[in-house]
Design a protein. Structure first.
Ligand SMILES: Nc1ncnc2c1ncn2[C@@H]1O[C@H](COP(=O)(O)OP(=O)(O)OP(=O)(O)O)[C@@H](O)[C@H]1O
Length: 282
């Protein structure tokens, strides 16, 4: 599959602060790629470089096969969407008027405004002034605006960090649908469940470099503890090795019909992150 993003040995220093230090990864066209890391690990900086807002100190960052810095040019603005926290919304205007301004700028039909409002669950609030919105609602307006022009790739910096579970779920559904329709999604998150649910591939960013990159299911398989957990009807819980040595015990439990539940111990992406980096994802 074709790569839509190619990053090689990317570095960025702010004065003597080295935010990124040799980051490399590729994002394939059509996938949802999760860029995971604790606060201050360089996630936003990477999005800013990839969307032409910040220039790297070293290395290369190409999007659509061209240097990311060129994405700031008008010719490329239609091809990607980006949601970071620098809002750029007009506070005194309503949600609808903010979206309308943007739609007019890019010659987008009004019908699309209603579609994106539905995607972010703001259909009934469209007349509300932006200055009266909660952080989560503002986040959803920004996402709606980024979706208006149907970008080929969407860069989302912590898309659900300010949302309640119901709205997060709604956005996740919308992002899955968007991805199904062919939009490539690059998202940063602290939320390991979100990453697991949405992403085809995840990269763990720590100390300015990518420490691990794979599909969530491969990572979970690779880091799985080889243990079978057996809960008996009596309430007793046993952990047995996941190999032939447990077969006789399990066969006996089955024949005696005393098993309540049997499962393998699968690590979460959060567990794996801690194991690989020695750091919690906060
Ligand atoms: N404009 C800037 N000037 C100086 N330092 C900066 C600037 N932008 C980012 N940094 C520093 O670079 C590092 C990476 O910041 P970045 O915002 O990319 O992290 P992040 O992973 O997005 O964090 P968070 O999850 O908290 O948003 C941090 O140490 C931050 O203080």
């Amino acid at each position: 599959m074709e790569n839509i993003v190619e990053v090689n040995d990317l570095a960025k220093a702010f004065g003597n602060k080295q935010a990124l230090n040799g980051v490399s990864f590729q994002v394939k066209k059509g996938e949802t790629f999760g860029f995971l890391g604790p606060s201050g690990s360089g996630k936003t900086t990477t999005i800013k470089i990839l969307t032409g807002q910040v220039r790297q100190t070293a290395g290369t960052a190409n999007v659509f096969g061209i240097p990311a810095m060129k994405l700031a040019k008008p010719a490329f603005r239609q091809r990607f969407g980006v949601v970071t926290d620098n809002s750029g919304l007009y506070e005194r205007l309503t949600i609808y008027d903010n979206l309308k301004l943007y739609a007019d700028l890019y010659h987008i039909a009004q019908k699309r405004i209603n579609e994106v409002l539905e995607m972010v669950n703001l259909q009934s609030e469209y007349k509300t002034q932006v200055q009266k919105l909660s952080k989560g609602m503002t986040q959803r307006v920004l996402l709606a605006r980024a979706l208006l022009h149907k970008p080929e790739i969407l860069f989302l910096d912590e898309p659900t960090s300010a949302l309640d579970p119901a709205n997060s779920k709604h956005i996740h559904k919308g992002l899955k649908e968007l991805n199904r329709q062919g939009t490539t999604i690059f998202l940063t998150t602290h939320d390991m469940e979100e990453a697991d649910h949405l992403c085809d591939q995840v990269a763990f960013l720590h100390k300015g470099t990518v420490q691990l990159l794979d599909e969530p299911k491969n990572l979970k398989r690779q880091y799985r503890e080889d243990i079978i957990c057996v809960e008996l009807k009596s309430g007793r819980e046993l952990e047995l090795p996941l190999d032939a040595s447990s077969a006789a015990d399990i066969e006996r439990f089955i024949s005696e019909e005393i098993i309540e539940r049997i499962s393998t111990k699968e690590p979460t992406l959060g567990d794996i992150f801690v194991e690989v980096t020695g750091r919690e994802l906060v």
